[in-house]
Design a protein around this ligand. Structure first.
Ligand code: WT7
Length: 656
């Protein structure tokens, strides 16, 4: 990138360019004292118990950790309430007037919500849910745009001990129905619509389609967002209720339930290597302990003066942990933005940072690479001197984007924290600590205090240096407690590949200085703009289409989104391989799963390359898709397929 002052990216590798903590950071940093790192190494249970004590507990725990591999129980016997920790205790401490959320809608409307106001809304909505028959332990599905009612609904669930299942607003009715069904949710909370690039996304319409086939739903609560702009919203009598109407009738006060530390806090569905999404289960006490600690430590949070912005959607785990639970548990002031970075123009993000005086920015490499493409002129015309810390999450950040972020957004004085974690880990696991860690662009550096990560070879032997598979060797407080309704699949997916280790699905290497470098997924999971989509999920959607005989899907390298979905499709006899058919199939997948799963390219082929045992050779297809050399193809049943696929894939231009 010429923007970087001409230095070729290889230079950063070759010189092993180091980024020590910027001047002035060390004294004031939240984790300035290295002794906590040593304490965590020697006594990780004691370390986590210290972090848990930063929360308010109704009853103390009697045992920090019970570990019956692979099932962990943290802070056993302790009771607490998440909404009490995120709201009541701050208000009780005199912080009721502190801004919890600076909310900004895509059309430019804004709301400023204090901790006292948020608490009042949460108590009322908790009573709304109770009034609809939701009891402790019942599941509530939430399908909403990025509006304040979304965190209100989540926190209200936690207040009454009803686990929530937030479904990303970009998902299709089918995806919503499957998730509601799996969780047997009783109530669905949604909105009439959401704004995206100036257009209305018809959420209620999608919700109606989903609920028509989801028998467990008894009531639907609808927040008003887009109003008449989305046309009239049909409401089903007795089943559907307007948010504001229920709120105006609900009692004001709702005491928080005393929840067991191990009670289910929420479900979040994520893609695995099969077509069926997995319901990741997160607990109450351990989860809140680790998200609160990591949010303070990794972002060097000083709640009394920072303005923090995590530019993710709450529909993903990043938003659960680092828009809602971590920041609110810490009494932080956050920015929450409804829309996309390019609406109404490419200044929007930098304008938000300038107007609110954002000090901590957390986003994904795909966003950073998009901004690089747009050019430095946009950030340059804004005063972003308020920024202190920059974070990255979702996929490996290439050194070039890291350095651009550091230089052009951080002005050369903000530490960049590359944070590795997963829906399953619940909280950040590998990351630099501002004020402590000397960074290398592109490396997530080291496991955080209290976390034990190791890279192992094929045989499961731990290696000090070099490449292999990333594993976690000890339980951690925010770890998933299992897959909803499927303990066997939990063991099989995460704990069976390497004895006694949690296998994360990622490849990683450790360099000569002991730094961790994440190398991407080694399983059949793709990463599109930091979002996980399984190849099997897209394949099963494709073969659902009446014209398709067989399909194989791979993630190919993409400069902006990290990976792009490439679908190799064999049509049934008599079907025509036309551009229109390709379009139709791309649209079919988008409708079926959601637009993030729309294949970038559909390549028609008469046959798919298979091993003699009939397994589709994804590696080869990926190589074809990325235009690389094909390598050894002798295990192919029919080697001619390769040439055929190669010919076709170069003949058909990539669509965007
Ligand atoms: C997968 C987890 C964690 C919130 C967003 C994604 C990849 C995540 C990094 C990073 C390299 C990363 C991994 C991981 N990933 N962060 N800093 N460097 N890779 O959550 O959907 O559960 O995906 O995202 O491949 O396994 P997720």
């Amino acid at each position: 990138m010429s923007d970087d002052g001409g230095a070729a990216i290889e230079d950063y590798y070759l010189e092993e360019r180091l980024f020590p903590p910027p001047e002035g950071f060390v004294d004031d940093a939240v984790v300035a004292d290295r002794s906590i790192i040593e304490r965590a190494q020697h006594d990780f249970e004691g370390f986590w118990a210290d972090q848990a004590r930063a929360l308010d507990w109704f009853d103390d725990w009697h045992t920090v950790l019970e570990w019956d591999l692979p099932f962990a129980r943290w802070f056993v016997g302790g009771t607490l309430n998440v909404s009490h920790n995120c709201l009541d205790r701050h208000v009780a401490a005199g912080l009721g007037e502190r801004v919890a959320i600076h909310w900004e809608g895509e059309p430019g409307d804004t709301r400023t919500i204090t901790y006292a106001e948020l608490l009042a809304d949460v108590e009322r909505f908790a009573n709304v849910l109770k009034g609809l028959g939701v009891r402790r332990g019942d599941r509530v599905a939430i399908y909403m745009p990025m509006i304040p009612e979304l965190p209100v609904a989540m926190l209200a669930c936690t207040r009454i001990g009803a686990p929530h299942s937030v479904v990303f607003g970009g998902f299709s009715p089918d995806a919503l129905r499957d998730r509601i069904d799996d969780a047997q949710a009783k109530v669905l909370v949604t909105a009439d619509g959401g704004w995206r690039r100036g257009a209305v996304v018809a959420l209620k319409e999608n919700a109606d389609t989903a609920v028509a086939e989801a028998a467990s739903i008894e009531h639907v609560v609808v927040a008003r967002r887009t109003g008449d702009a989305g046309g009239t919203t049909p409401m089903t009598d007795g089943r559907d209720h307007w948010w504001d109407e229920l709120m105006s009738k609900a009692p004001e006060s709702c005491p928080p339930e005393h929840m067991d530390a191990e009670d289910l806090l929420y479900l979040l569905y994520t893609s695995g290597t099969t077509a069926k999404p997995k319901g990741i289960m997160h607990s109450t006490g351990g989860y809140l302990t680790q998200v609160a600690f990591t949010h303070r430590a990794v972002f060097d949070l000083h709640p009394e003066r920072d303005v923090y912005w995590c530019a993710a959607d709450i529909g993903w785990v990043t938003g659960h942990s680092y828009i809602v639970y971590g920041p609110l548990a810490n009494g932080a002031t956050s920015v929450m933005y409804e829309g996309t970075p390019d609406f109404p123009d490419k200044d929007r993000w930098w304008d938000i940072i300038e107007r609110y005086g954002v000090t901590i920015l957390y986003c994904a490499p795909t966003a950073i690479r998009t901004f690089m493409k747009w050019g430095t002129e946009f950030p340059e015309r804004h005063d972003m001197s308020s920024l202190r810390v920059l974070g990255s999450v979702g996929e490996p950040i290439n050194p070039e984007a890291w350095v651009w972020y550091w230089t052009h957004i951080g002005g050369g004085h903000c530490p960049v924290v590359d944070t590795w974690w997963q829906t399953e880990t619940g909280a950040i696991m590998i990351s630099p600590l501002p004020g402590i860690t000397t960074c290398k662009p592109g490396s997530a550096t080291f496991p955080l205090p209290g976390i034990a990560a190791e890279v192992v070879d094929d045989s499961g032997k731990s290696i000090d240096r070099g490449g292999g598979y990333l594993t976690l060797t000890r339980p951690w407080p925010a770890m998933l407690r299992g897959l909803y309704g499927d303990p066997e699949r939990y063991k099989e997916t995460y704990w069976s590949r390497f004895d006694g280790r949690y296998f994360a699905g990622d490849g990683a290497k450790i360099d000569d200085d002991g730094y961790f470098w994440l190398l991407g997924r080694v399983d059949d999971v793709m990463n599109i703009s930091g979002h996980r989509i399984s190849t099997a999920e897209v394949e099963s959607s494709l073969v659902n289409h009446p014209s398709v005989a067989e399909a194989a899907v791979v993630g190919a390298k993409d400069d902006t989104t990290g990976q792009a979905i490439i679908a190799f499709v064999t049509l049934k006899a008599g079907q025509n391989e036309t551009a229109e058919r390709g379009e139709e199939l791309r649209g079919h997948v988008a409708r079926h799963i959601g637009s993030i799963a729309r294949p970038r390219t559909v390549i028609f082929t008469d046959e798919l390359p298979k091993t003699r045992s009939g397994k589709i050779m994804r590696r080869l297809l990926r190589d074809v898709a990325e235009g690389r050399d094909l390598g050894d193809t002798t295990t192919l049943a029919d080697p001619r397929v390769v040439d055929e696929i190669r010919r076709l894939s170069t003949a058909q231009p990539t669509e965007d």
